[in-house]
Design a protein. Structure first.
Length: 687
């Protein structure tokens, strides 16, 4: 018997694809994109095409385990679920009794964006509130940009990406669409077929830049200055939308004065772009309606990242592009979804501290007695890798990791719990790059003793004798609660159809009834920003590397890999082969100055640490810039480190965002005798 089961991709990607799993005799035998879904249109990415293979991988963790070797050794033995839960319950009870619930840090990541099993994390968050655990600030991905856009528009929500098909000028700003969300490219192609001009603004000549009509190789961390420079040209052209400015914006005179400080000549010095190119794009922006700007999370991972997104968000306020379908800015659509996420903070007996995800090394001090990691691989994904590793070596730190594969983080666990994958559990999703709510129906039984996140917390609550009723809500009950504020979308409908578009116009033009700001207008000046200790007027805040770059250092950026999704799939043998190993892209002039040859094993280093990679000498990056794609597991890499070993644990200007693209390094040949590393991973015993 053959079944077609509808589901959704859970990964940290704006596209949140609708997929179909073909099940025969209880086994998943096929996976493809849902051809009926207006955004997915039948296609999955090169990574997710191997998802079923990944669920059956030989290194899948299938049973609970406890550590039997030193922390970091990756030596474990299999135990029963009963022993695992009993051990955890005893340790948590003791920690709460002796040190208080705040000694527990529930460290959750974006390994799955599901609102039930993942980022929404209803069951887990309620459990931690009952214990009085520290709150976890999941700020690592997009926080600086979210705040920057919110100061202007009142929300990070913006354009429906499908409306880019209607744009006449498209700025793909700091986003490699063909690698990180390729489904939007179909709408870009539709626009190009109708005469749109596409510009890629990116320090790297990416796959997307190759396909654009124009590429501006901007100096990393100077995007805010370019936004102001383009608007300076708009003013020169007398093309500002004066009626829109008068009736729909706040603080134009102050912002105009800021814009006038950034003529193209000055912006050329800041950004490294030719003045003629800045002026030409400014003229095009001045006279092309509608202009759609796509700027995603990579653009704001530096010290001035929030300000950069704030400045970019001001552009359609000056040009009046929010009037038009296909005009405006698209950063994230997630704020448009009216899902009711209730973590039940009322269950806390008293206020508790918040521990920040981007400050794991600093935060793991003696006050933290339990680190509980789920949907995350901090030893592969978090800044200041060496200090994080050192902190996790503490013998008095009780570490539990819920995982599917033996990551570097698993190696430091005391207890490992086997987690289900997307084809094996229920979940509810909301894309941050489209306007559809998605349902994921389990297609097959979980292998071994793998258990979903929600069921794990229900079992643990029972072992601990917790009586709060909401801890035992079923996945379907949680889904009903989430959907209770979503007009026209019921769980019954979702389980039948797999997806549903939000109840908004098509085409969707946001802010037609005003902006959700204190003034109801687009705010070039923000009293909220000023109250938060930030500049009142939107402007340019240079990154650290832009302020301090020198002839002897390179600005390292860590873009998304085409074959991995963060560190997910980085242990897949075929995708690992296609990645061609850890590599660092360097301009020929910088390589020559350092005596480097193409394909050579090199060390990339600064005061934080170092990692090894293979040199890829290419003019795809300008002199002064190096690019090392993220995602490789440290233990599968030469030297046992990845680029996060040189990334500062330092805050962006807003929301304590991460600064993955704002680090100065040097590069030298690896010492003689260095080995390129074993391509196979260290085994976990008794899996």
């Amino acid at each position: 018997m053959e079944l077609r089961v509808l589901g959704a991709c859970p990964l940290d990607c704006p596209d949140t694809c609708s997929w179909e799993v073909t099940v025969r005799d209880g086994q998943a035998v096929g996976l493809r994109g849902n051809r009926d879904h207006p955004f997915t249109r039948g296609a999955l990415c090169v990574k997710v095409n191997r998802y079923l293979e990944h669920t059956r991988a030989a290194d899948r963790i299938l049973h609970p385990m406890k550590r039997v070797g030193p922390k970091g050794s990756g030596r474990f033995e299999r135990i029963s679920w009963d022993e695992a839960l009993r051990t955890i319950a005893d340790r948590l009870t003791g920690i709460v009794a002796e040190h208080g619930g705040e000694a527990i840090w529930p460290y959750q990541g974006t390994g799955t964006l599901g609102f039930i099993q993942g980022e929404g994390g209803l069951a887990g968050r309620r459990f931690w509130n009952v214990l009085g655990a520290s709150q976890h600030d999941l700020n690592i991905c997009s926080r600086a940009g979210n705040l920057g856009v919110t100061y202007v528009n009142g929300t990070p929500g913006g354009m429906d990406p499908e409306t880019f098909a209607l744009s006449k000028l498209i700025l793909l700003w700091g986003t490699n669409t063909l690698t990180s969300g390729h489904h939007m490219w179909k709408f870009v192609q539709d626009a190009k077929a109708n005469g749109a001009h596409v510009v890629a603004i990116d320090p790297i000549r990416t796959r997307t830049a190759d396909q654009a009509d124009e590429h501006l190789p901007i100096r990393p961390g100077t995007d805010g200055a370019l936004a102001l420079g383009l608007l300076n040209v708009v003013l020169e052209e007398g093309a500002e939308d004066r009626e829109y400015l008068e009736n729909h914006t706040l603080g134009w005179d102050e912002f105009k004065a800021e814009i006038q400080k950034y003529p193209p000549s000055r912006v050329a010095e800041i950004t490294g772009l030719p003045e003629a190119d800045i002026r030409a794009l400014g003229v095009r922006l001045a006279h092309t309606r509608p202009t759609g700007i796509r700027a995603t999370m990579g653009i704001q991972r530096h010290e001035g990242g929030g300000a950069a997104m704030r400045a970019i968000a001001c552009i359609p306020g000056v040009t009046g592009d929010w009037r038009h379908p296909g005009g405006g800015v698209s950063y994230s659509t997630s704020a448009h979804f009216p899902l009711r996420v209730d973590p039940r903070d009322d269950l806390l007996e008293k206020p508790v501290r918040t521990l920040t995800m981007t400050r794991l090394a600093d935060g793991l001090d003696e006050s933290v007695k339990c680190l509980w990691v789920y949907a995350a691989n901090p030893l592969g994904s978090t800044s200041d890798q060496n200090r994080v590793r050192e902190a996790m070596l503490r013998e008095d730190l009780f570490t539990v990791v819920m995982e599917q594969f033996p990551t570097d983080t698993v190696d430091y666990a005391d207890i490992v719990l086997p987690a289900t994958m997307q084809t094996e559990h229920m979940d509810l999703h909301a894309g941050y790059g489209h306007m559809y709510v998605m349902w994921n129906e389990p297609a097959v039984e979980a292998p071994g003793e793998c258990v979903s996140t929600t069921e794990t917390f229900r079992r643990l609550a029972r072992h601990m004798g917790l009586t709060e009723p909401s801890l035992y809500d079923s996945d379907l009950e949680l889904a009903e609660q989430l959907l209770s504020g979503t007009p026209g979308i019921t769980l019954e409908r979702l389980r039948k159809e797999g997806w549903a578009r939000l109840a908004v116009d098509d085409p969707f033009v946001p802010f037609t009834d005003g902006f959700p700001t204190p003034s109801g207008r687009l705010e070039f000046v923000s009293e909220r920003a000023e109250a938060d200790g930030l500049p009142r007027v939107a402007g340019y805040v240079p990154s650290l590397s832009a302020r301090t770059a020198s002839a002897t250092k390179l600005t390292l950026i860590t873009p998304a890999s085409h074959t991995f999704l963060n560190t997910i799939f980085s242990n897949n043998p075929e995708l690992l082969r296609r990645s061609k190993g850890p590599r660092v892209m360097i301009n020929p002039a910088d390589a020559e100055a350092r005596g480097l040859t193409d394909g050579q094993l090199v060390r990339v280093f600064n005061d934080n640490g170092e990692f090894s990679a293979y040199a890829e000498i290419s003019d795809r990056v300008k002199p002064g810039v190096a690019a090392a794609p993220k995602g490789h597991w440290p233990k599968l890499s030469p030297g046992g480190s990845n680029p996060n070993s040189v990334v500062d644990e330092r805050d962006a200007d807003m929301g304590r965002g991460a600064v993955y693209h704002d680090n100065l390094v040097d590069i030298a040949p690896a010492p003689k005798g260095s080995r390129p590393g074993d391509p196979s991973q260290r085994p976990v015993s008794e899996r």
